[in-house]
Ligand binder design. Structure first.
Ligand code: AMP
Length: 291
C-alpha cells in the first residue's frame, strides 16, 4: 500500500493486490459506507473523471481500478502502444475525489495457472464483436474479477462503450453479482467527438475529420425519425458519407434496439444508433439514443 499526493488530497492510497483492496473495502463496509467501483484502463481523461463525479453522487467511497487488460486486446491491436502514466492518472483521479486506486499487476489479475473465461453470448455477438474477436470475453472476464474482488454496491460504466455496458449488465444479472450497474452519459469534446484515450492516435488532419462520426450519427437519428421504415438504407447512406469525409473504413453503422442490440429495419422507439469507423491508426466508436 502506498501513500501519494499531498495532505489535502482526499485519496492517498494506491493498492496493488486483492488482499489490500479487500481489507480497505471491508473496513469501509463495516462502517456502513456505500462503495462504488469504476473500472478503467488508465490514461485518465474527462470521460473517466465524469464517472468518478457521478459515483460520488451515489456512494461514500469511490474506488477506481487501472488495469490495461491484455485479454481484451486483439493480436493486431494497440496493447503495446496504449498510453500509461500512473502518477498523472492518480493525480487526476484524486483531484475529483477518488478514495482508492487499484493498480494490479498482470500477474495479480491473471496468475500463471489462470484458465477461466466469462463469455456473454447474445449481446456480444454483433456490432464490435466480429471486428474484435475475444474482446468482450476479455472485458467480461476482467470486469467479473474486479467486481468480485471489490464487491462494490455500485459500478459505473460509460455509455461511450454502450455494447460493453449491456454485456456487463447481462453478466451481473446472469451471475447474480450483487452490484447495481449504472450507465453514465458520454462526455464529448466541444466539436462533438466522444472523449477517448484513442483520440491521441489521431494526426491533426484526422482530428478534424473525427467529429464527423458523431455528426453523422446525429443525422442518422434525425433521418430515422423522419423515415422510420428506412433504417437500413439510412445506415448505408451514413456509411458512404463517412467514407467521403475521409474515414478509411466503416466497421458498422447500425440502428439497434436499445436493450437487446438487435438491428432494426423499422424504428418504433427505444432505439440507438451505434457506429465504429477507422481513421488512421485509431478505431473510433460512438453511439446515441434516438428520441
Ligand atoms: P477505458 O479506460 O477506456 O476502458 O474506459 C473506462 C470507463 O470509462 C468505461 O466505462 C468507459 O465507457 C468510460 N468512458 C470512456 N470514455 C468516456 C467518455 N467520453 N464519456 C463517458 N464515459 C467514458
Amino acid at each position: 500500500m502506498s501513500e501519494i499526493g499531498n495532505s489535502k488530497s482526499k485519496a492517498k492510497i494506491i493498492v496493488r493486490n486483492v488482499t489490500d483492496l479487500r481489507d480497505i473495502i471491508s473496513h469501509w463496509r463495516l462502517g456502513g459506507l456505500i462503495i462504488g467501483l469504476i473500472p478503467t484502463m488508465g490514461a485518465i481523461h474527462k470521460g473517466h473523471t465524469s464517472l468518478v463525479k457521478e459515483a460520488k453522487s451515489h456512494c461514500d467511497k469511490v474506488v477506481v481500478s487501472i488495469f490495461v487488460n491484455p485479454a481484451q486486446f486483439g493480436e493486431n491491436e494497440d496493447l503495446d502502444a496504449y498510453p500509461a502514466d500512473e502518477r498523472e492518472d492518480v493525480r487526476a483521479l484524486t483531484s475529483v475525489g477518488t478514495d482508492l486506486v487499484f493498480c494490479p499487476s498482470g500477474r495479480e489479475v491473471y496468475p500463471e495457472d489462470f484458465t477461466t473465461v466469462v463469455s456473454v453470448s447474445r449481446l456480444a455477438a454483433g456490432l464490435c464483436g466480429p471486428f474484435r474477436p475475444g474482446h468482450f470475453e476479455g472485458v467480461a472476464t476482467v470486469v467479473t474479477k474486479l467486481l468480485l474482488q471489490s464487491l462494490p454496491d455500485i459500478a459505473i460504466f460509460g455509455e461511450k462503450d454502450y455494447q460493453q455496458l449491456l454485456v456487463i449488465r447481462q453478466l451481473v444479472k446472469d451471475l447474480n453479482i450483487p452490484v447495481k450497474v449504472i450507465g453514465a452519459k458520454i462526455i464529448r469534446e466541444n466539436d462533438g467527438l466522444a472523449m477517448s484515450t484513442r483520440n491521441q492516435y489521431l494526426s491533426p488532419r484526422e482530428r478534424l475529420i473525427a467529429p464527423e462520426l458523431n455528426r453523422i450519427l446525429q443525422l442518422v437519428a434525425e433521418w430515422v425519425k423522419a423515415k422510420p421504415g428506412d433504417c437500413e438504407s439510412i445506415c448505408r447512406l451514413a456509411r458512404t458519407k463517412l467514407l467521403e469525409k475521409g474515414f478509411e473504413a466503416v466497421d458498422y453503422i447500425t440502428v439497434c434496439d436499445s436493450d437487446t442490440l438487435e438491428p432494426l429495419k423499422t424504428y418504433l422507439g427505444n432505439a440507438r444508433v451505434l457506429g465504429a469507423a477507422r481513421l488512421g491508426s485509431a478505431r473510433l466508436i460512438d453511439n446515441l439514443s434516438i428520441r
